[in-house]
Write a protein that binds this ligand. Structure first.
Ligand code: CO
Length: 137
């Protein structure tokens, strides 16, 4: 028998910055960068700072073509997305699609920490870009 899916939990809040090195306020608050990784599929360098059970993910564009570079150009630095951790990303995407929600990624793509991720369109999230992430077990 298959187990019912677990409810999503907040994994991280993504924050678009011009430079991770210059985003010093989080360390000044006593948070520590636990993990730094380039995520080529999103055109960003990421830095994760754990905050209790969730994380902040600082996103620095790797090139001017990066969607995060375009975001900063248009809206300035700031909150870019929220990420919910799920345990059946394909099931969630199929259900959301069937219910008519607009998706950016119809299929999971590689994310940070070896996770599989997919983004919903901000129109589906009432102006919030929502990332779904599933850990590879
Ligand atoms: Co993210």
């Amino acid at each position: 028998m298959t187990k019912p899916p677990l409810p999503p939990v907040l994994d991280h809040i993504g924050i678009a910055v011009r430079s991770i090195a210059e985003a010093k306020v989080y360390q000044a608050l006593g948070l520590r960068i636990d993990h730094v990784e380039d995520v080529e599929s999103q055109g960003v360098k990421t830095a994760f700072l754990s905050v209790g059970d969730a994380n902040l993910e600082l996103l620095e564009p790797l090139s001017p073509e990066s969607p995060v570079a375009k975001f900063i150009e248009k809206r300035g630095e700031g909150i870019h997305h929220i990420c919910l951790r799920v345990d059946d990303i394909e099931g969630h995407l199929a259900r959301l699609k069937a219910e008519g929600f607009r998706l950016i990624n119809g299929e999971p793509v590689p994310g940070a920490h070896g996770c599989r991720v997919a983004f919903l369109h901000p129109a589906a999230g009432h102006g919030v870009l929502i990332e779904l992430s599933e850990k590879i077990r």
